[in-house]
Design a protein around this ligand. Sequence first.
Ligand code: SF4
Length: 362
Amino acid sequence: MRSLIRPAIQSLLLSDLEKELHPAYRAQQVADWLYRQRVPSFEAMTNLPQQLRTKLTEKFAFEQFEQVRVLGSKDTTQKFLWRLRDGNLVESVLIPASPALYGTRSDRRTICVSTQVGCAYGCKFCASGLEGWTRNLHASEIVQQLIAAESASGENIDNVVFMGMGEPLANFDNLMRAIAIINAPWGLGIGARHITISTSGLAPQIRQLAQNPLQVRLAVSLHGATDEVRERIMPVNRKYNVATLLDACDYYATRKKQRITFEYILINGMNDSDEQARELAKHCARVGAKVNLIPYNTVHGLEWSRPPRVRQERFHSILSDRHIDATLRREKGHDIDAACGQLRLQTVRSDRAAVADSISAS
Ligand code: SF4
């Protein structure tokens, strides 16, 4: 495995590049090569003097992924598995018609981006938490998921959701740096309102995010309306309980003058009761949030199941009757394991199985 001692050039902001490069217009030239021309190396930046290209090569790494697997087709949800420079695997999911809640048109392309290798939060419904946390992604590795997915699919991405592997707010600094690059006119130029951060509910970081002037959207994974139920699904609730989380959401919504989305995965017999729906309605009314109801997506190795459609609709109607804006989704990509972390997990396990096979055969 190669080392990551040198930072990748794609982790730098334009202001960082301007400090590195003289005269300063060279910074804009480098940004053009990276984010407009999308060249694969410093050597391809042909309007830079050779001496400068050599200096950049010595000082910085050039972020590039190896595409390990792709599932799905252009007209459906596509799921990509990338190998990073240090050999770790991350995945990104490209979704053709975006969910209505993210305020996008049906012709837009949404990418679901990972922010960590693995995840420490261990939500019980999620494949990413099954194998624990390995490391944070660098800003360059977050940004490169968009560039690599556009290149592999031939599609233009105009909507970004940080909802892949990892807890985005646990990698706060790299996340904010990546968002700055994704949002900047010199970078990928995607508007802040088309960028959504989805968190498992890290209350202090939600407050920290509220201080940031960028109008990115916030989605909070609730998945349980009381501490008793939420704790069984999301261990993070022991650290930041429902009351603490709602206080932080209220602060964010008030300060940003923005509507939060609560994500709520409906799990059969776990969190889909009438009582949970009524409690959820109260929380939404308090924070002014809308709700995205997601029928549970089966994960290999986990026992839970999705409620029957009639129960899903009953839960939805309890919210609607209380004038809560709630969407009942049909999970896209169900057939290709689009839930976060599943593709990586399968590949890591099959890699291990292959290694185990080869050891036992030798
Ligand atoms: S849902 Fe998100 S925070 Fe929870 S374990 Fe999965 S990746 Fe981590």
